[in-house]
Design a protein around this ligand. Structure first.
Ligand SMILES: [Zn+2]
Length: 291
């Protein structure tokens, strides 16, 4: 069933677990995420990132995601990832998305508040949830995970981390439903071990009294996920390592099997490999594993 992000995350807050948000720019990735969620009977967030519109336009992928969500046997939120403007937010809401992220984190603080507030005023009229970002979550430059700050490849520099006091003010003034915070994770494939600031994360969560979102959430150790969830992370954006798992399955098949190859076989292999990677992540995010 299609539900809002707010609904999914408030239940996660009560249960002290996190919900995976999986970018779904292809039919295979979307189906992998929904099948994984149904097999484990856990909620899931299907994300479509604005930077992926060049792979599949919003108007093509959006209705597919909404349809998959409506027919699913588990709660599914359909979410716009790293939206850059009110215009793209409006397009996502018209398509039936139940949640949007507006990323104005690269703007000045006051400008970020102005843009996010405008989006919240619009989206909340339609009971659509809003996530915004404060501080900048940088990118390793490898893996192409969703971000509008692609030029910010500083690999997790601390000057970009979210300030817990500023976060309190930001959430109060914008009335967002979830906050993407920067505390050491990086978009894309990790080129060096991340150094996560869990104390900062815990203060942010305490100050904002809303769910915290972890971007760059694939590629961490199990104990890092557990500590992050226990410190207030309720949504984990997980993509690059899923996409890599799908590609690896296809690459292996091509190396082993003599041609001719048929493209539809690749889609089945990729979907299955991505589903297994997603299920592994979902089991960790439910926070029942002792790490
Ligand atoms: Zn992100």
């Amino acid at each position: 069933m299609l539900v809002t992000l707010k609904e999914i995350l408030s239940k996660a807050d009560e249960g002290n677990y996190a919900v995976g948000a999986f970018n779904s720019p292809t039919l295979e990735s979307a189906r992998a995420a929904v099948e994984a969620a149904e097999e484990l009977q856990v909620p899931v967030i299907l994300s479509h990132a604005e930077v992926h519109f060049e792979l599949t336009p919003l108007e093509i992928m959006g209705p597919i995601l909404v349809n998959l969500a409506e027919k699913a046997s588990v709660p599914v939120a359909v979410h716009l990832d790293h939206g850059s403007s009110l215009d793209v937010v409006k397009r996502a809401i018209e398509t039936g998305f139940s949640s949007v992220m507006i990323d104005a984190s690269h703007m000045s603080y006051e400008e970020n508040i102005r843009i996010v507030s405008e989006v919240v005023d619009f989206a909340h009229q339609y009971q659509v949830s809003v996530e915004a970002e404060l501080g900048v979550i940088t990118s390793s430059g490898i893996g192409g995970e969703e971000t509008v700050s692609e030029n910010c490849e500083s690999d997790g520099a601390e000057e970009y981390y979210t300030d817990p006091e500023v976060a309190r003010d930001f959430v109060k003034r914008t009335n967002i439903d979830a906050l993407a915070a920067s505390f050491g994770t990086v978009h894309g494939i990790y080129m060096k071990e991340p150094n996560l600031d869990f104390a900062r994360l815990a203060s942010i969560y305490k100050n904002i009294e809303k769910p915290v979102v972890m971007h760059g959430g694939s590629g961490l150790r199990v104990d890092e996920y557990v500590r992050a969830i226990n410190a207030g992370v309720r949504k984990i954006n997980y993509y690059s390592y899923v996409a890599r798992a799908g590609a690896e399955a296809v690459t292996e098949f091509i190396a082993k099997e003599a041609p001719p190859h048929f493209y539809h076989d690749f889609t089945v292999l990729a979907r299955e490999a991505m589903k297994q990677d997603i299920k592994r992540a979902m089991e960790i995010f439910m926070n029942k594993i002792n790490a």
